[in-house]
Design a protein around this ligand. Structure first.
Ligand SMILES: NC(=O)c1ccc[n+]([C@@H]2O[C@H](COP(=O)([O-])OP(=O)(O)OC[C@H]3O[C@@H](n4cnc5c(N)ncnc54)[C@H](O)[C@@H]3O)[C@@H](O)[C@H]2O)c1
Length: 340
């Protein structure tokens, strides 16, 4: 058996491997969802490390294993410290460890904030495309509610998957963030970009709404704002009141995972005592087992599955190795002789 080796893959290498390949990454994410739906993955509960004296901060462990052609096993370890943004660095930081199928040895550590953003955006764009197509029309107006790195990646992945918008709406608690995102959109889009101070105006103006805030509890509570039956990518999971969830057609990535950690669907479940308000999973949508209606708001709430991170990480590892740029750490595994 060859001696185990260990490589470190930088954010620059991850970026090089995924940027400009939005359709390919989205196809990988679809394949991972299909493997998950077929029961060919292991995706235990995420573990949330919280700090009693800093309730806004957390570090989440997402162990997972994906079978089939992906054949990847490991764990993503991702921190969320929202206060970082005011200090000029991104909220989230992450590493991902890949483990070998035969020996269990870890063989690579990848910078993973980019992998995480890419898989989240690919999942959102996949859901938007499949749900919109099943409803019969792609939205021409989009609203970004909370505009950090994740919103930017979701925009990139929507564009990379063929979405075109005449109107783009922006709302953020921070004027500075809203203007920064407006500038980004104006550099990349032909449509009209409008900042809304008022959240209701953004919701009512948009047929596709992307929630990517860091809200810890629902702050959008009036179902009447959604009377135009938009498609909602509820990526930040805790923005919508149970009343809005209960008045909508709900799609999740994984029912068990999503009904945890006080997500809006979890709050709705606690309110009514059942999960009947969940129409199905994204896998069900991909398989045509559930059809989203045009006459109700449609809300996609993705808890975020470790299997998606692993699928992208495996691809990045293979790409970097294929180009001969893998940086191995010499002597990483040292005590290799049983009796010295
Ligand atoms: N479901 C998933 O799989 C998944 C994966 C990755 C990230 N996320 C979530 O996406 C969210 C965004 O991540 P990010 O890295 O872009 O964060 P970020 O901190 O860079 O940006 C968040 C933005 O939201 C704004 N904001 C906060 N509360 C708001 C409110 N109530 N109304 C309007 N704007 C508000 C902030 O001003 C900021 O500009 C986080 O909640 C994160 O947990 C979800």
């Amino acid at each position: 058996m060859p001696q185990p080796s260990f490589a470190v893959i930088s954010g620059a290498q991850v970026h090089e491997a995924v940027s400009g390949r939005e359709e390919q990454v989205t196809a990988m994410i679809e394949a991972a969802y299909r493997l998950h739906g077929e029961g060919r993955t292991v995706n235990p509960d995420s573990y949330f490390l919280r700090f009693p004296d800093q309730p806004a901060n957390r570090i989440i462990a997402l162990p997972a294993s994906v079978g089939g052609e992906v054949d990847a096993h490991g764990i993503k370890w991702i921190s969320s410290f929202p206060g970082n943004v005011a200090n000029g660095i991104p909220r989230a930081s992450a590493v991902l460890i890949l483990n070998d199928t035969e020996t269990g040895y870890p063989f690579a550590c990848l910078e993973s904030s980019i992998i995480s953003a890419a898989r989240t955006a690919a999942s959102a764009a996949l859901a938007a495309a499949r749900l919109a197509d099943a409803r019969g029309a792609r939205p021409r107006s989009v609203g970004f509610f909370g505009v950090g790195l994740i919103a930017r990646y979701i925009h990139t992945y929507l564009a990379g998957n063929g979405f075109e918008f005449d109107e783009l709406h922006v709302h953020d608690l921070s004027r500075e963030h809203a203007e920064g995102f407006q500038g980004y959109l104006e550099r990349t889009e032909k449509g009209q970009v409008t900042i809304h101070e008022n959240a209701e105006d953004l919701v009512r103006a948009s047929d596709l709404i992307v929630f990517a805030t860091v809200a810890g509890e629902p702050h959008v509570t009036d179902p009447a704002w959604f009377a135009h039956n938009p498609l909602v990518l509820h990526v930040s999971l805790r923005d919508l009141s149970p009343e809005i969830i209960l008045a909508s057609y709900n799609v999740v990535d994984d029912v068990e995972h999503c009904m945890k950690a006080n997500t809006s669907p979890h709050l709705a479940e606690q309110q009514v005592g059942n999960r009947d308000f969940v129409a199905g999973t994204l896998y069900d949508v991909l398989e045509g087992k559930t059809k989203p209606p045009a006459d109700k708001p449609v809300v996609f709430s993705p808890f975020g599955l470790g299997v998606l991170d692993l699928a992208v990480a495996r691809y990045v590892y293979d790409q970097v190795r294929g180009t001969g740029d893998l940086q191995e750490v010499p002597g990483f595994f040292h005590e290799m002789k049983r009796y010295g």
